[in-house]
Ligand binder design. Structure first.
Ligand code: PLP
Length: 390
């Protein structure tokens, strides 16, 4: 059955972060929001049906997560990604950012060094700083339109006493789907220097043809024994508002510590609708996702075409995965700190300012292309018009 990703679904006045915070964040209510990473598509019908059925019961008391919750995640990771995970390894987190924070609190101490790879998802910076840990930056290297790991620097940072490394795989916003070799190199160095790995693999299901997601913890048992992996149906199936994700931790002492943190602040029970939605998505969402991936690839090709033909001064860092396009705007005839205002005021588009992903994100903008083609077309036309009139 073909799903309709062209349908524009109004999201204003639904308490949507992406839509209903525009005035507050961008100073204008009429910009086209292409920033925060949720999509403008309705979820797979199986997901809304499951939520409706549960809602119809009319009682939403304290609830457990049934075994089916874990089975569906196990089966999804196996069928979709060829990674066999054992039931024992699985735990819950009410979101991936909370999971990252809990892991930091449980497995490191104030003052410890934690390494990330900017330009990178900005809540990683916050998670480190707000927990009074020290930030260690292993900046990615942009070469021929792709971000690579600077392995020499990676090792130097580990030698400098890094205790934990937070990986984004596939990488947000750089779009690299890390290869087995890249993961093996990073993983083995973390093993050698005893750094725990947090593998944030939330974007693992959105990967374009020609690339393949490899879970960091699937590289070797040794690497797995030092890794906490987080996955979720939230990006893939557009259910981020249901705050439901899964931790995959093969090492029993790391798992115990993580679960202890969940217990300590008593947030392990999750929510009923997230539990139901995860199962429906993983059990019945495969075909919807296959079609979504085709649609997203066409959106990406449209962006690529537009940039190539019309948007002088903008380069696309072509993502291998994720629905986030990282635009290099450093050759626009504007000061770096003007680019953001330009996008809002001249183009009428709300993007993520690259500088929020780290210093080496200056001059870049992140564009979320998880939207109907007509919206994307309008955004690209606005950009074209605005750039011509600089
Ligand atoms: C790399 C990455 N991790 C985590 C999240 C958010 O996870 P959650 O909403 O489950 O906390 C996002 C959302 O954009 C993301 O891009």
């Amino acid at each position: 059955m073909p799903f309709d990703f062209d349908q524009a679904v109004p999201r204003e006045n639904t308490d949507s972060v992406k839509y209903d915070l525009r005035e507050k964040l961008f100073g204008r209510e009429d910009i086209i929001p292409m920033w925060v990473a949720d999509m403008d598509f309705r979820v797979p019908p199986a997901v809304s049906q499951a939520i409706h059925e549960r809602a119809n019961h009319g009682i939403y008391g304290y609830s457990i997560r049934p075994e089916g919750f874990y089975d569906s995640a196990i089966s999804w990771m196996d069928k979709r990604h060829g990674w066999q995970v054992a039931r024992d390894w699985l735990t819950f987190s009410p979101g991936i950012v909370p999971g990252v924070n809990l892991a930091i609190m449980g497995l490191t101490a104030p003052g410890d060094k934690i390494m990330i790879q900017p330009p990178v998802y900005f809540p990683f910076f916050d998670a480190i700083k707000k927990n009074d840990r020290q930030l260690a930056e292993n900046r990615l290297i942009l070469r021929n339109g792709r971000y690579y790991v600077d392995l020499e620097d990676f090792e130097r940072q580990l030698q400098g006493g890094v205790r934990m490394f937070i990986l984004s795989n596939p990488h947000n916003p750089g779009g690299s789907v890390w290869t087995r070799q890249e993961l093996e190199d990073m993983g083995n160095l973390c093993l050698q220097y005893g750094a725990t790995i947090i593998a944030d693999e939330i974007h693992c299901d959105i990967v374009f043809p020609g690339y393949r997601y490899t879970p960091m913890a699937s590289i070797s048992e040794e690497i797995a024994s030092q890794t906490l992996t987080f996955i979720a149906p939230s990006k893939t199936f557009n259910i981020a508002g249901l705050s439901t994700s899964v931790g995959i931790i093969s090492d029993s002492s790391l798992r115990r510590e993580f679960n202890r943190m969940l217990d300590r602040i008593h947030i392990g029970h999750g929510n009923i609708f997230g539990t139901v939605a995860l199962q429906a998505a993983y059990n019945h969402g495969g075909e919807w996702l296959d079609q979504l991936l085709v649609y997203l690839k066409q959106n990406l090709e449209l962006i690529e075409h537009y940039i190539h033909e019309r948007l002088d001064g903008v380069k696309l860092i072509r993502p291998e995965g994720t629905y986030l396009a990282w635009l290099d705007c450093r050759e626009l005839p504007l000061e770096n700190d003007r680019i953001n205002r330009f996008m809002i005021e001249q183009a009428g588009v709300g993007l993520n300012d690259g500088a929020s992903f780290g210093e080496n994100g200056q001059g870049f903008q992140r564009l979320n292309f998880g939207c109907p083609r007509s919206t994307l077309q309008k955004v690209l036309e606005n950009l074209d018009h605005a750039i011509r009139n600089i």
